[in-house]
Ligand binder design. Structure first.
Ligand SMILES: Cc1cc2nc3c(=O)[nH]c(=O)nc-3n(C[C@H](O)[C@H](O)[C@H](O)COP(=O)(O)OP(=O)(O)OC[C@H]3O[C@@H](n4cnc5c(N)ncnc54)[C@H](O)[C@@H]3O)c2cc1C
Length: 319
């Protein structure tokens, strides 16, 4: 399709922006870069460093081909048809951070879990909820990730954001429209590059205890170690009030269980026996099978309860 794919000279120019030999990959299977382990190939996959990232994103904009951003791929389902254009991973190679008093300055590719453990070591409280969330900071802001009564918006102060028109903004958290598993980034097309978090000083022993408790709760209730994207569906809002907090919403897994869908499968795509809110890839599930399972769960829960579940997992590519 014209305007969708890169020319050979564009591929060369893009490769020249990234030093690491395996920093630009062509026709790369996205199953290798997503926790669900499914999906087609990216036409071009780029893994820039934090220094290379602004030039890579500017290149994407100038080239006019589609651009997809990915963090750790732990909340996405990539289509079997793959991703046209350029997929930029803002991940480990953009993952630096430093702690200054109760402030954390971090690049968007920083692992949320690593950050939460480093904060604990520094005696900072506020990121304990992130223990066990396998995403990057950028992905966590995009999703306003949270668990066990905490969420990233509780500690986020601001972020350096690159707009789809190429302008860089220092954006305060108040302008990010952060609510339950939602943020402006889900419709703005902006890229999150760096962030500042503000935590509070706390007792290291208590912080570590809280994190150990959360980890234990996860092990007891979730299919830890299976290929999944975490909770597939958002918790339904009371009376359709989408501004409702996580705590005031009802659990999606209960509706799925009550609809008799525990263990329900489409090929190797399965509603987890351990936690009905998790859809897992038990073998060679394709993205189409996982997508079909998601749609069937939505339909069957609606038929059983009248509640229309919404996907939390982000769909990338054509479905
Ligand atoms: C086992 C398991 C447990 C989980 N538990 C939880 C949980 O308790 N709570 C919770 O909220 N989530 C949970 N998740 C889901 C997921 O880990 C979080 O949503 C996480 O924050 C996603 O981060 P990521 O880097 O993997 O984002 P990705 O999946 O890579 O991307 C998610 C979306 O964010 C966008 N994005 C990523 N980085 C950027 C950036 N820098 N700039 C702009 N857009 C960006 C992508 O385009 C995509 O649309 C879980 C997932 C798994 C597999």
């Amino acid at each position: 399709m014209p305007g969708q794919t890169l020319s050979e000279s564009q591929k060369k120019a893009l490769s020249a922006l990234v030093k690491e030999p395996r920093g630009v990959l062509f026709h790369e299977p996205m199953s290798r870069h997503t926790t669900l382990g499914a999906g087609g190939r990216a036409e071009v996959l780029v893994l820039p460093t934090a220094e290379e990232l602004p030039d890579v994103l500017a290149f994407c904009q100038d080239s006019g081909v589609p651009r997809t951003i990915l963090g750790n791929g732990s909340n996405v389902l990539v289509s079997d048809k793959g991703l046209p254009g350029i997929c930029v991973i803002i991940g480990r190679s953009c993952g630096g951070f430093r702690i200054e008093g109760s402030l954390i300055h971090a690049e968007a590719g920083c692992s949320l879990e690593r950050l939460s453990r480093s904060a604990a070591e520094a005696g900072l409280t506020g990121l304990e909820f992130a223990e066990g969330i396998p995403g990057t900071l950028g992905g966590a802001i995009y999703m306003n990730a949270g668990a066990y009564g905490g969420q990233i918006s509780d500690v986020l102060e601001n972020a350096k954001v690159l707009g789809s028109d190429g302008t860089m903004t220092d954006m305060p958290a108040e302008n990010m429209e952060l609510s339950y598993r939602s943020s402006r980034f889900q419709w703005s097309g902006e890229a999150i590059l760096r962030t500042r978090l503000k935590l509070r000083h706390g007792a290291p022993g208590e912080i570590r205890e809280k994190m150990a408790l959360f980890a234990e709760k996860r092990r007891a209730s979730q299919p830890v170690g299976s290929r999944s994207a975490g909770s597939t569906f958002k918790r339904p809002a009371p009376n359709g009030d989408e501004t409702a907090s996580a705590e005031s919403r009802s659990p999606a897994w209960k509706l799925i269980q009550d609809a008799g869908l525990r263990g329900y499968r489409v090929g190797d795509a399965v509603v987890s026996e351990k936690h009905c809110g998790f859809l897992v890839n038990e073998g060679q599930a394709s993205a189409s099978e996982l997508y079909q399972l998601m749609q069937e769960v939505i339909q069957k829960v609606y038929a059983a309860s009248g509640v229309k579940l919404q996907l939390e997992v982000q769909l990338l590519g054509e479905f």
